[in-house]
Design a protein around this ligand. Structure first.
Ligand SMILES: *Cc1c(COP(=O)(O)O)cnc(C)c1O
Length: 381
């Protein structure tokens, strides 16, 4: 079988060769491999310096202080740490949390766990555009609200939430604000000097770094200490224990620096690929675009084919590596809960495919993908 074209960058990206090179320089005896917490020898000092350099690279993308970056195993762990940590620290003030039905499972499942522990969650529905409206957030605020947790960019539709405005709102009501920015870091501006969020989850593997490494930004000027969820040794100023993964961290730093430097060019390229892709589908019957393309990240296009079954369509497209719904729920044939929350019918939600483009996608691949899709649809009509 011919190797399919990879159009699933929102699930994970391949590691950039420059990042892989860095990672490999931090594994073997002739590299910088040591435990950054080893204070008694040169190997440890070098590893610590490498980790602290990477911390600067990650902090710079967020325009943050290095003391605000806590390494985690990924965005899932960062979401857990942020949400469970705030719940624990602030439960004396109240037990109400605002979030949305369109969040990633890492946020949803953390909140469902808290609901079992007696916390109350207001689950907002996104609008048909995919965006959670700021006024809906405002309407949900109560006396006892301690946390708002909303993503920046949705992983299925690419819809962008107005986190800058929501941050202002949260601040006005003295509520902590957590952003899951796994899909926006390195793609949209995330300037913590302007964006006054308290906690931001990021990871490496959505922007050409390795899987298994991420970070939580924790604003320094907040009157609370984030309680650890993983104990043992007191690493990361007590917020997250465990030997730091020198090679992963260095690679994440490199990935973040490359992303920051190339951000506007890369987004412009992806926007133009999306235009080419959508232009070739224009006028073809039986295709619906999900979400509002005027408020959508460049690399993601979510389409429904209500006349088709999603899994039948997917198996008719072996040339294209795309995702039905989100990768995390694609093991089961339930309609995408994100699209359902946006008000799509079962037929539309069940037949949805997510195409996501990235750094190594060419215009030729995008036109091939669109043309293949059109011919398959015509054959199945
Ligand atoms: C990928 C993703 C996550 C999970 O990140 P991991 O690093 O894979 O744990 C969380 N939230 C969103 C929005 C994502 O896209």
């Amino acid at each position: 079988m011919q190797t399919p074209i990879y159009l699933d960058y929102a699930a994970t990206t391949p590691v950039d060769p420059r990042v892989a090179e860095k990672l490999m320089q931090h594994l073997t005896l002739d590299g910088i491999f040591a435990n950054p917490a080893s204070r008694s020898h040169l190997f440890g000092w070098q590893a610590e310096a490498a980790v602290e350099h990477a911390r600067k690279q990650v902090a710079k993308l967020l325009n943050a202080d290095t003391r605000e970056i806590v390494w985690t195993s990924g965005a899932t762990e960062a979401d857990n740490l942020a949400i469970k940590g705030v719940a624990e620290a602030r439960q004396g003030r109240g037990r109400h949390i605002i979030s949305a039905l369109s969040e990633h499972k890492a946020v949803i499942d953390s909140l469902l766990y808290l609901e079992q522990k007696g916390f109350e969650v207001s689950w907002l529905s996104p609008r048909a555009s995919g965006e959670v409206a700021v006024e809906d957030v405002k309407d949900a605020i109560r006396e006892d609200t301690i946390l708002i947790s909303l993503m920046h960019v949705n992983n299925e539709t690419g819809a962008i939430n107005d986190v800058y405005e929501i941050a202002r709102l949260a601040k006005q009501y003295d509520i902590l604000f957590h952003i899951d920015a796994a899909q926006s870091a390195g793609k949209l501006k995330l300037d913590t000097q302007v964006l006054e969020a308290d906690l931001i989850s990021v990871c490496a593997h959505k922007i050409y770094g390795p899987k298994g490494i991420g970070a939580l930004y924790v604003r320094r000027k907040v009157d609370f200490e984030l309680p650890a969820q993983i104990h043992g040794g007191g690493h990361e100023r007590g917020m997250r224990s465990g030997t730091l993964a020198t090679h992963q961290i260095v690679a994440m730093g490199e990935a973040f620096e490359i992303a920051r430097e190339g951000m506007s060019d890369e987004q412009a390229k992806l926007q133009s690929l999306k235009r080419v892709f959508l232009a070739r589908l224009e006028g073809v019957a039986g295709i619906e675009i999900n979400g509002d393309q005027r408020n959508c990240v460049a690399g993601i296009v979510n389409l429904s084919f209500p006349r088709q079954e999603g899994d039948v369509l997917l198996s008719a497209l072996p040339q294209l590596a795309v995702s039905s719904g989100s990768a995390c729920t694609s093991a089961s044939m339930a309609p995408s809960y994100v699209l359902k929350a946006m008000g799509l019918s079962d037929a539309a939600a069940l037949s949805a495919l997510r195409f996501s483009f990235g750094r190594f996608t060419s215009e030729q691949e995008v036109t091939y993908a669109a043309d293949t899709l059109v011919s398959v649809l015509k054959r199945m009509a």
